[in-house]
Design a protein around this ligand. Structure first.
Ligand code: NAD
Ligand code: UGA
Length: 450
């Protein structure tokens, strides 16, 4: 099928490439002409494992093209996917400017019977709104609008798209259902669960899914706080509750608070939608505040450590919001680094992929190409992103490079024992500190002997 993709970001590029792999002919357009020029030269605007190779393969197979001509892109497409950004508005609502603009722009070029598929994450009612916008611009209702929310994660986008837990398709007419069934036919034949529902439900499913996943993270982070006081180990608690299939083990890794381009924006939008419909989402409202506080609390934990003199250097390892991406949007580093600077510390930093993006947001940071170089002269080292490179750090080498001995491992990547053996004072998340461990061991022994 001929498919048009509007937007060549994470979702637009991944979806285009995967639909091409499914055998469709995909034409992808973006307002950013430089982005298109680079894409035609094989240069991607973002780092996503495997994506550059997959884009190249799809282009070689003649299944994927990039075009700056919206008309060429849309004119003979049976389905036109909208995958443009939907950023947060000032009150936490969603700014629909780009998607409404895209809908207006494609209107004159749509072929009769085309299905406009909303891939972007949009608040409930948006499909209805876009239907009106296109009908007004086109002076015709010879088209359909459907919702097909995307559940991929950055860092594993291709795998998530091709082997999803489910595909949700929100359709309000039989023609859209037939077209979307044809698009996903190879996946349907492979047994991927498809959920056909109305567009209103599909729009709500996307936000409810992200809100629920973020809630799991917020919950385990609060449990981590309790573990630090009571002497538990949050990884053991997560494993213990995660074995209950009703709870599930995923998204129970405690850390510095969730970030990224989606959870923060989408939880705010979900809360805003609840308020505007008079159905407040109080759990989510609390979660949003807890997640923001957590980043500030962790910055405070570092800056209030009495062994770290003001003016000392703090090294931050990891500025991406998670591993395997160069995306820094709403990453913990964007809150923690400025707060450390405000408290009078000098900051050195390293990230395997995200330094270029971070320089636009973090100022006065000394960027280093290698983690050990970044740790030179540091009074404290703080791990904020769970890169595999950091899991394998040589702690002897790190301790030697440092001036002080404080290691804040806010992703629980390293062994507290190994850190201690190298003379480092280890502070993890939801793990009792070494001194407390000794105290709890005694308590456990006493309890065991009655
Ligand atoms: P992005 O910022 O990476 O890409 C958006 C692209 O749209 C940009 O290249 C921009 O130039 C282009 N664009 C904007 N207006 C346009 C127009 N009128 N015509 C053509 N192109 C236009 O965004 P993204 O991360 O791909 O997210 C897109 C949507 O998908 C958002 O609603 C987001 O919430 C949702 N989503 C994102 C992810 C993710 O992991 N990033 C996952 C699921 C859903
Ligand atoms: C998230 C969802 O997982 C995707 O299903 C969804 O499609 C996407 O948002 C979206 O709507 O855009 P993503 O933001 O790429 O994907 O990354 P996640 O892996 O979900 O991580 C989000 C944040 O939560 C990161 O900061 C990560 O470090 C944090 N996290 C995640 C934890 O702290 N603990 C966990 O157990 C999992």
């Amino acid at each position: 099928m001929k498919i048009s993709m509007i937007g060549a970001g994470y979702v637009g590029l991944t979806t285009s490439t995967c639909l091409a792999q499914l055998g469709h002919e995909v034409s992808c357009h973006d307002v950013d002409e430089d982005r298109l020029v680079n894409l035609t030269k094989g240069r991607l605007p973002l780092f996503e494992p495997g994506l550059a190779g997959a884009v190249a393969a799809a282009r070689r197979a003649g299944k994927l093209e990039f075009t700056s001509s919206l008309q060429d892109c849309v004119a003979d497409a049976q389905a036109v996917f909208l995958a443009v950004g939907t950023p947060s508005g000032p009150g936490g609502d969603i700014d629909l400017t780009d998607i409404e603009h895209a809908a207006r722009q494609i209107s004159p070029y749509l072929m009769s019977g085309a299905v406009v598929v909303v891939k972007s994450t949009v608040v409930v009612g948006t499909c209805t709104r876009l239907r009106k916008i296109i009908a007004t611009a086109r002076r015709s209702t010879d088209f359909s609008v459907a919702s097909n929310p995307e559940f991929l994660r950055e860092g594993s986008a291709l795998q998530d798209f091709m082997c999803p837990d489910r595909v949700v398709i929100g359709v309000d007419d039989g023609h859209s259902q037939a077209v979307l069934s044809d698009i996903y036919r190879p996946m349907i034949d492979d047994g991927v669960p498809m959920m056909f529902t109305g567009s209103t439900n599909a729009e709500l499913i996307k936000y409810a899914a992200n809100a629920f996943l973020a809630l799991k993270i917020g919950f385990i982070n609060d449990v981590a706080n309790l573990c630090e006081k009571a002497g538990g180990d949050v990884s053991a608690i997560a494993a213990g509750i995660g074995l209950d299939r009703r709870i599930g083990a995923a998204f129970l890794t405690a850390g510095p608070g969730y970030g990224g381009s989606c959870f923060p924006k989408d939880t705010r939008a979900f809360a805003h939608t609840g308020r505007s419909y008079g159905a407040p989402q109080l759990l989510i409202e609390a979660l949003i505040a807890r997640n923001e506080d957590r980043k500030l609390m962790l910055a405070q934990r570092i800056s209030s450590d009495r062994s770290l003199p003001r003016g000392a250097t703090v090294t931050v390892l990891g500025v991406a919001f998670k591993a395997n991406t160069d995306d820094v949007r709403e990453s913990a580093a964007l809150t923690i680094v400025p707060n450390l600077q405000k408290a009078g510390f000098k900051v050195r930093a390293h990230d395997p992929k995200a330094m270029a993006n971070a320089t636009a947001h973090l100022h006065g940071v000394h960027w280093c190409e290698c983690p050990y170089q970044a740790c030179e002269g540091a009074g404290a080292v703080v791990i904020l992103t769970e890169w595999e490179d950091y899991r394998g750090l040589d702690l002897a080498r790190l301790a030697q490079a440092m001036h002080g001995s404080l290691l804040f491992d806010f992703r629980n990547l390293l062994s507290p024992d190994e850190a201690a053996a190298n003379g480092l004072r280890y502070v993890g998340i939801g793990r009792p500190v070494a001194a407390d461990l000794a105290r709890f061991d005694v308590a456990d022994r006493l309890a065991a002997t009655g």
